[in-house]
Design a protein around this ligand. Sequence first.
Ligand SMILES: C[S@@+](CC[C@H](N)C(=O)[O-])C[C@H]1O[C@@H](n2cnc3c(N)ncnc32)[C@H](O)[C@@H]1O
Length: 262
Amino acid sequence: MSDPEISYFALQAYVGTTKHMGGLETTQELVELCHIGRDSYVLDVGCGVGATACYLVKTHGCRVVGVDASEAMVARSNERAQQEGVTDRVEFRVADVCDLPFDDGRFDAVLVESVLTFVADKQQAIRECVRVTRCPELVEGRPGGYVGLNEQYWIQTPPASVLERVRHTFEIQPGIPMLEGWTGWMENAGLVDVAARPYHFDARRESSQVKRYRFRDMWRMAYRTVWLYMKSPDFRRYMAGRKYRPKDLFDYLGYALFIGRK
Ligand SMILES: C[S@@+](CC[C@H](N)C(=O)[O-])C[C@H]1O[C@@H](n2cnc3c(N)ncnc32)[C@H](O)[C@@H]1O
């Protein structure tokens, strides 16, 4: 494998792990809130290395499509699906959330875990997620499908120093909103019964990140990180630039699960 580009997502694809706030526990909660079951057809937007998509197939037996803007992430996801023996129920494609390559109403549920935080046009991204979600069936009375997000929000307006640090560390586009910003975009996109479950950072909950991965994933992540650190001055500079975290960061930055029905 050739050396990775030194950027936030390229490095994550290289070491083979991605994450979202709250780890596996928040995924389990989203699955419940979106009523995902064996018969569901699910879209996992910004699937990263495919951990959630493969987990859904294995634990719920549903069919899943994962999309990600990064080819390297999709390659990792395909590798994972093969290793976990779930290729019959999951497929991965390169796609941008703002222009999803699917017909209207294709999916029973669309999950988005820590993706839109990084996207400039969040309203357009949410519109696309809603467009590909199943419509309610008036004749048979079946309700519409669900869109479930796990995204970061500002608990209170951050000072410029915190804002700058978050932008720099996570290479986040400007414009993370407060809770009402996210719910407003969801309602504007046509979702009903929109609800938010806000969380503050919690170290115990974060530790459930590890449960999304196998021992071999953790080993590869550690090995590749150390190897890069020894080999690449650019990587060392990159890491040094990300060491500092404002002590009060999580007084400002929270995350929430947002659910809406079509
Ligand atoms: C923080 S990672 C989260 C990955 C995964 N959802 C998880 O929970 O492990 C964000 C992912 O979103 C993808 N992404 C960023 N912008 C995107 C876009 N416009 N469309 C689709 N995926 C995008 C990145 O490539 C990355 O894999």
